[in-house]
Design a protein. Structure first.
Lengths: 134, 213
């Protein structure tokens, strides 16, 4: 009899302990400030997303990863038929580089050709005159 | 007594189980509420209209960017002998240029328009303030057929010229998009260290009325 009563009590005690185990475990989790604080760290990641798209507009030095609204890849054939190489040079800091546009270079070439043509013509005329003995 | 002890055992076991379950159940909502409450999903951004339809091919003749006071004719640009894209000529009346191997504005794909940030002794270029654009700003391209194609800025990026994102700028896209490109960043002896790239997506189009052109 005593044995049965004692076993029953022992079993009940262990059951209670088993029951309180998880309760303690969840209580340790109840310092929810800690987990929530830990979970709040991923938040900045989310919040950095919008910031990422806004940042590049402010900080010129930042080469941020591609904003999410950027190119949605299409499986179709190429839309830009010829892809240029390198970066375009769209900033001219001095007038001397005005020839970068191609216009200055063409003008200089045309001028040099005109000078050569006039010079060549003069030489021909002088030679002919000398040959004729004039 | 045997029956008594059995009953006592059963009641004790049940009671302990109930308390354990009850304890857990009461604890759960708190962390759940704690974790779900402060986690707001990233709010949907006011992006460009999704249903904007691609347009037929028509060359751009004018570009307007009201937020930075740009209203410029658009010329056509090809490739330089070294394989880089040509840029508009350096003149007092600086203009923007459309890269003719890219789709026209409103066609599916990335339409590319370039402009100077500065034109030497002539002063500011047509895209001087391109980096000031913000998400949602309006860009209008007027086409040869009279259509006004409207885009909304989706992103503005400043990248080192040595790491120009060729794929992001010229790569295929599934909708009509626009790229405005100029130079920016620190000024060096013979140019600029960075490129400013504005990414925009089609938001609408206005066809010419019969009276117009």
């Amino acid at each position: 009899m005593r044995r049965t009563v004692l076993t029953a009590l022992a079993l009940a005690g262990t059951a209670v302990l088993l029951g309180t185990g998880p309760a303690f475990a969840s209580e340790t989790a109840t310092p929810s400030p800690a987990p929530t604080a830990a979970e709040s760290t991923p938040e900045p990641e989310e919040s950095t997303e919008p910031a990422a798209s806004a940042e590049p507009t402010r900080a010129p030095a930042d080469a941020n990863p591609a904003p999410d609204d950027e190119p949605t890849r299409a499986p179709a054939e190429d839309q830009v038929s010829v892809v240029p190489s390198g970066a375009p040079d769209t900033g001219v800091t001095s007038a001397s580089s005005a020839s970068d546009s191609g216009f200055g270079g063409t003008a200089a070439g045309a001028g040099a050709a005109a000078v050569l043509a006039v010079g060549g013509g003069t030489v021909l005329v002088v030679r002919r005159r000398r040959a004729t003995g004039a | 007594m045997t029956t008594f002890s059995r009953r006592a055992f059963t009641t004790a076991a049940l009671a302990s189980l109930l308390t354990a379950c009850g304890g857990q159940g009461s604890d759960r909502p708190t962390p759940d509420a704690g974790t779900t409450a402060p986690r707001p999903q990233s709010s949907p951004r006011p992006g460009p209209a999704e249903g904007a339809r691609p347009l037929a091919r028509s060359v751009p003749v004018r570009l307007l960017v009201p937020a930075i006071g740009v209203d410029t004719p658009v010329i056509r640009l090809g490739l330089a002998p070294d394989g880089t894209v040509r840029v508009p000529p350096v003149t007092a009346d600086d203009r923007a240029g459309w890269y003719r191997h890219s789709p026209t504005p409103g066609q599916t794909g990335p339409s590319v328009i370039l402009g100077h940030v500065s034109v030497g002794t002539y002063g500011d270029g047509v895209f001087r303030h391109l980096a000031r654009l913000r998400r949602g700003d309006r860009i209008v391209a007027r086409l040869e057929n009279g259509t006004a194609v409207e885009f909304a800025v989706t992103a503005v990026r400043t990248v080192p010229r040595t790491h120009f994102p060729v794929d992001d700028v010229y790569g295929n896209v599934a909708r009509p998009e626009l790229r405005l490109i100029t130079c920016g960043g620190a000024r060096t002896g013979d140019g600029y260290a960075d490129n400013v790239i504005v990414f925009a997506a089609l938001s609408g189009a206005e066809s010419p009325t019969p009276g117009e052109r």
